[in-house]
Design a protein around this ligand. Structure first.
Ligand code: PLP
Length: 464
């Protein structure tokens, strides 16, 4: 069957089309109705105040008819593009045929298991087991915690400062963001966080080197009460798009192997082709003991997550990790079709190529703007860090860049605990023209704002 349409034919348009100011009148109305009904936990529309109507490929249309270029990708979900027809057709057919099966076998379930096993990192293909529990990434992380505890008989966990692993108790305990956790302490006991290493050029004087970090991990693992496993993002996404120095994952693999702990690589944000390989740990050649996947694995934003691990670890029993929605069939079909679409259109290479272009454009911008302190990333997980004249994180600048880009029809996102990193994670199907037009807008906005504040002025308040 033809894996159509081609990436260039997936979108509403190649450039933004703005019909109203942002937010337009219909968006304002929907935002108001939402605020009257939904919890105060709603977060994304605070930064991007629009109500969405439809999305295609790397474009989103709001309820006022404005069309935006999407460098946000549903926070790393829409790798094959919003409403990709090839993926949508399979999911829709499956929805009409059979949707919910708990974990009974079916052809679509097996096709997905085979596809995920086939693309799994390192030596996992043909040697993996795949567990499903609940539909979100955080659930896959919870499964991996139980897997590690069960297999090692140990209790403690080790993860990294500024890492993000999800919002439920175990995954949140692993996360290294104190602001997300402080109101809910105590969380899981015996969780140790160590610094996440940065490459030489990005380290401050107080940051630890790769060797320091690895020796800290080693000393925790050879301690009296060693942890069950080490959880790590191969590139820290939400924590600021931090690419660790080469040798980090290999070093962790060596240490966990030596001390009998599991190495769990959290690929929820970096997986499914985002960094130019199926999984970011593929860049290092390391085979983790377990990998968590979520976000883009459900193809077109259908909720699905999974924990993929070495088959020798499959020692636990039925319902050891359970959930009513343990693998939703339409999402699984969408996942299989997304894998086929990525393969048919060489989207791994495309992610690498487009990512280089976005970083080049941001670096060019940084040659003019004194506040761009670093540009980094891997494939289509791209970050530009902003610091003010005193070297402090410049989140007000990044927030204003995001707001002005939105006004001009380009949706970008942020990262970092301080919110001072501009994060771009567009669909892998974005066209050259969309990337060029979008980056022209980002560059213009950064140039204009930098010119307004270089004379010492503060970033102007919104509307000011
Ligand atoms: C690396 C990583 N792990 C886990 C999660 C949690 O996934 P979810 O929000 O789907 O529960 C996220 C979400 O951003 C993530 O980026």
């Amino acid at each position: 069957m033809a894996v159509d349409p081609a990436p260039r034919d997936l979108h509403f348009s190649d450039r933004p089309r703005m019909e109203t100011e942002v937010p337009g009148p219909r968006s304002r109305e929907l935002l108001g109705r939402q605020a009257d009904l939904e919890a105060n936990t709603v977060a994304y529309p605070r930064a991007l105040p629009v109500a969405m109507d439809a999305a295609r490929g790397a474009t989103i249309r709001d309820v006022d008819g404005n069309v935006y270029l999407d460098f946000f990708g549903g926070i790393g979900v829409a790798n094959v593009g919003h409403s990709n027809p090839y993926v949508l057709e399979g999911a829709r057919d499956q929805l009409e045929t059979l949707a919910h099966t708990v974990d009974f076998p079916s052809e679509p379930r097996l096709a997905f298991l085979e596809a995920l096993d086939r693309i799994a990192p390192g030596t996992l293909p043909g040697n993996s087991r795949i567990a499903f529990g609940g539909p979100t990434g955080t659930n896959a992380v919870e499964a991996s915690i139980k897997l590690a505890k069960y297999n090692t008989g140990r209790n403690g966990l080790l993860s990294f400062e500024r890492g993000y692993h999800g919002g439920t108790a175990g995954a949140l305990s692993l996360s290294g963001w104190s602001s997300y956790k402080s109101d809910y302490e105590p969380m899981l006991p015996d969780v140790v966080h160590v610094p996440y290493p940065r490459p030489a050029g990005q380290r401050s004087e107080t940051d630890e080197t790769l060797e320091d970090v690895l020796s800290e991990v080693r000393s925790v693992l050879r301690g009296e009460d060693p942890p069950a496993g080490v959880w790590v993002e191969p590139v820290q996404g939400s924590g600021g798009v931090v690419v660790p120095p080469g040798g980090f994952l290999a070093g962790l693999a060596e240490i966990t192997d030596e001390y009998g702990a599991l190495l769990v690589v959290d690929e929820i944000q970096t997986g499914m082709g985002r960094t130019g390989e199926w999984f970011a740990c593929d860049h290092s050649g390391v085979t983790p003991d377990a990998v968590t996947v979520g976000k883009a694995v459900g193809g077109i934003g259908l909720p699905l997550s999974a924990t993929v691990y070495r088959e020798e670890l499959d020692t636990w029993g039925p319902s050891a990790h359970a959930g009513t929605f343990r693998g939703h069939l339409p999402a699984m079909v969408a996942g299989t079709r997304a894998i086929e679409y990525i393969e048919a259109h060489d989207l791994l290479d495309r992610a690498a190529e487009l990512g280089r272009y976005l970083r080049d454009r941001l670096r060019e911008c940084g040659r003019r703007c004194p506040f761009v302190s670093d540009v980094r990333g891997r494939g289509l997980l791209v970050g530009a860090e902003f610091r003010d004249r005193d070297g402090a994180p410049y989140s007000s600048f990044v927030e204003e860049v995001q707001a002005r880009c939105l006004d001009r029809g380009v949706i970008v996102w942020t990262a970092g605990i301080e919110g001072h990193v501009l994060r771009l994670l567009p669909p892998l199907v974005m066209t050259d023209e969309q990337a060029r037009v979008g980056m022209d807008v980002v560059a213009d906005v950064v140039d204009d704002l930098a010119a307004e504040v270089t004379d010492g002025a503060d970033v102007p308040p919104r509307g000011g």
